[in-house]
Write a protein that binds this ligand. Sequence first.
Ligand SMILES: [Zn+2]
Ligand SMILES: [Zn+2]
Ligand SMILES: [Zn+2]
Ligand SMILES: [Zn+2]
Length: 300
Amino acid sequence: MAKIQRSNYLPYIQHHLDTQGNADGVILDIKCGICNERKLDISGSARDLTSSSLPPTKHLEAHRHLPRYLEHGLERTVALACGHVFGDRCIREIQSKATGDLTCPSCGYQVAYKCGHAIRPALIPVDGHELVRDKFPLTTSEGAEDPNNCLACRWKLIRSNIRYALADECIFCRQMEAAHMAVDKATHRAHRNQHINTGLRSMLEDIVFLVWAEFKTRETTSSAARALDDSDRHQAHVSLLDAMIRSEMLEETLWYRTRADKTMQLTKEQLKSHVQGVASIEDSVFELLMSSTREQRRMW
Ligand SMILES: [Zn+2]
Ligand SMILES: [Zn+2]
Ligand SMILES: [Zn+2]
Ligand SMILES: [Zn+2]
């Protein structure tokens, strides 16, 4: 394997990115550091050279578009989570031979989420009017944080948080019972009210926070304005979910039942409507999660 060039490290190609005003047709004057042959292309048309817009995986037919690539002498550019950039095909080739996680050929970074699942290399195409440098993720040495968990693992956590927040059986009473503490009606009423009035909202805030994983990019638009946007959007979604919970009449059945107090049992109808309510909240949060992922895809 060819020696990896320093130029594949993002900070070294930064000046090219800064001076390329017209993104379409940008070809960085930099060769892929793995094959040391093909030029890295980040133009929108690079994506069109292959019919697939999917991020590369082991299973894609990597060589299907080889002739057209060769014809153009170009290479789609992918960034690994450490911020190093390479030609798409070379990375795919390494991936197809790797037995475990992909490691960056340049810095040895193990390209995996905190949950242990693989992070797919990010294809970097640029559409006409976008600033080129914004599309590149920060490198780890520039202070980018490791992405948290993969989408599937995040959803598992989010769903268990939803179920915890919207349970029909009182969580506190259950905990008190487990600790052999007496559960009385007045205490139960108090913590249940507190949950519905304030605790629920803070749990929803935590849930919505989990929806947007923080991938940092070098975006040049005002980061303060962006942070404000993010926080507005965050609050809007919390309020929406809060309103949904109230309009679905989940409010009545949240943390209602206690094992110790048999008089506090949900009727069959109540239980059914509770289960439906929880499912509809889960659907909404799942949609949020999926749309946040699409946003990230666009960003990358
Ligand atoms: Zn290459
Ligand atoms: Zn690296
Ligand atoms: Zn995972
Ligand atoms: Zn209780």
